[in-house]
Design a protein around this ligand. Structure first.
Ligand code: NAD
Length: 515
């Protein structure tokens, strides 16, 4: 193992043996297939991880349910105190964990550290929430009656996560789920098992110190088969799935067919709209970060850019300037802004998308191929690309499909209504951003005839959300909401409890049923 990789792993107490156990449900084990963690920057094999055998998945599920049965009776503020300790433990390892995200996933170091910070933030939020997950008292129409709406813990929550946020997405779910009194079972992406193992080691230690069963936060490394078992299990009350639309459709249908609950956080296809009165000194760098940051591998990455005709030329000139000076290289190096794609297959997807653009006579004004530089030839590095397709039809594949790579398609419009229509005409509805100083445009954009996405920003790019608001998208992005806002309400079981404290038993709506 390279020195930098072993420094990061040993900083997190991960012992890189020949094989690392990838299953935790109170104890570490794993006797299923091996998965390999590969560094996207160098191609170095970081570790081989033992996944769960089918029997071990069942055992982990059983242990997780047992843990829930104990944990649901722990008072919510006490659960909050455990989250506070988890928050402290994560913060103490923030830099190492952030570096591991960068090493294993490929995003730049500050984004890796930022991802851990997001987990820390949601823990803070959930600590407060643990004293505020209130039900309510509803006025009854019957004398001497009271109606309560009562939230109780829900059960077992399976968290199935994507490669691109190997820490934060789990954090959003774990923090709310744990505050709500549930047990979680996490199946991370098969290509980022080390992040999941490191996080679970930190959390399990805190649980152990508090005498809480480790299976309150279980982990099962694995791929599709493990995912399918969790999704179809009637022992899982809620499946929180983050990933592609393709897999989300399978998961959504499977869980619905057994009347389970889902939170679906699927693909995005996000647009920025630039009005003639936009402050370009803010808008251009924001679009650059949105499209090129994380090498275009955020669900909220900017993939479509709609430019008003009066500013189009100037905007593109300035944007090209940023693209030509982007510092590409090792994501762990301080100066780097653009790291690799996560896998070789993502590079192929990028190349196929470029080929398709060319076949439809798109004007590729910058980028369009793999980097040819010798120093980064071991990694999955591709040039960030700006293209102007000939078609502006949002139903065209070029516009309607999420390509998880740094490709930005541009079209030019005359009227805001046209751009909003294009914004809304794709299947996905995650994030959107309008750049203007005119309050009339803002009103239109956030109102009934405005953007139909779950995230509707003004003078803020499409990517980079905070934890305070509920995060998620509409339409084929899955309608899920996570993190802040009212998202916690999905992690509890609601009961309407009518209590009669009178000496009569009247029926509702004055119904008479006496013999
Ligand atoms: P993916 O769909 O390939 O995989 C996601 C997870 O599903 C993985 O853990 C995978 O092992 C598992 N899986 C695969 N087949 C399964 C099956 N049949 N049953 C159950 N589980 C199965 O996604 P990915 O490539 O890891 O991530 C990229 C995608 O995730 C992009 O589309 C991106 O937009 C999306 N994403 C969305 C959000 C959001 O909040 N909306 C956030 C991050 C990523």
């Amino acid at each position: 193992l390279s020195t930098r990789a072993s420094d990061i792993l040993s900083g997190l107490g991960i012992n890189v043996a020949d094989e690392i156990p990838g299953v935790y449900d109170g104890q570490w084990r794993g006797s299923g297939e091996l998965i390999t963690s590969v560094c996207p920057t160098t191609g170095e094999v970081l570790a081989r991880v033992r996944t769960a055998s089918p029997a071990e998945v069942q055992e982990a599920l059983a242990r997780t349910r047992e843990a829930y049965v104990t944990f649901r009776n722990v008072p919510a503020p006490k659960r909050g105190e455990i989250l506070r300790q988890i928050r402290e433990a994560l913060a103490a390892k923030r830099d190492y964990l952030g570096a591991l995200v960068s090493l294993e996933m490929g995003k730049i170091r500050t984004e890796g550290v930022g991802e851990v910070q997001e987990f820390v933030d949601i823990c803070d939020y959930a600590v407060g929430l643990s004293r505020m997950m209130n039900g309510r008292v509803v006025a009854s129409e019957r004398p001497g009656h009271s109606i309560l709406e009562v939230p109780n813990p829900l059960g077992v929550v399976a968290v199935l996560s994507a490669f691109n946020f190997p820490v934060a997405v789990y954090g959003w779910n774990l923090a709310l789920s744990l505050a709500a009194g549930n047990a979680t079972i996490w199946k991370p992406s098969p290509t980022t098992p080390l992040c999941a193992i490191a996080v679970t080691q930190i959390i399990s230690k805190v649980l152990q110190e508090n005498g809480i069963p480790g299976a309150v936060a279980s982990l099962i490394a694995g791929d599709k088969d493990v995912g399918e078992t969790l999704v179809t299990s009637s022992d899982v009350e809620l499946v929180s799935f983050t990933g592609s639309e393709r897999v989300g459709r399978i998961v959504g249908e499977a869980v619905a067919s057994r009347f389970g609950k889902t939170i679906l956080e699927l693909g995005g296809n996000n647009a920025s709209i630039i009005m003639p009165d936009a402050d370009l000194s803010l808008a251009v760098p924001a679009v650059f970060f949105g499209a090129v940051g994380t090498a275009g591998q955020r669900c909220t990455s900017t993939r479509r850019l709609y430019l008003h005709k009066d500013v189009a030329e100037q905007f593109l000139d300035r944007l090209k300037g940023f693209y030509s000076s982007v510092r590409t290289g090792d994501p762990l190096a301080k100066e780097t802004l653009l790291g690799p794609l996560h896998t070789g297959s993502a590079v192929r997807t990028y190349e196929q998308a470029i080929e398709k653009l060319r076949s439809q006579n798109a004007n590729i004004i910058t980028g369009g191929k793999r980097y040819q530089r010798q120093d980064i030839s071991g990694g999955n590095f591709v040039e960030p690309t700006i293209s102007i397709p000939t078609s502006t039809n949002p139903k065209n594949d070029i516009w309607s499909t999420e390509i998880f790579a740094p490709i930005l398609n541009v079209a030019i419009f005359d009227e805001l209504e046209q751009a909003i229509d294009w914004n809304n005409q794709v299947p996905q509805g995650l994030s959107s951003s309008l750049w203007t100083r005119d309050v009339r445009n803002v009103g239109k954009w956030i109102g009934p005839s405005g953007s139909d996405a779950g995230i509707v920003n003004v003078n803020v790019g499409t990517s980079g959300a905070e934890i305070g608001a509920a995060f998620g998208g509409n339409k084929s992005t899955g309608w899920g909401r996570e993190s802040g806002g009212d998202a916690w309400k999905q992690y509890v079981r609601w009961s309407a409890c009518t209590i009669n404290f009178s000496d009569a038993a009247p029926l509702a709506q004055g119904v008479s049923f006496s013999s």
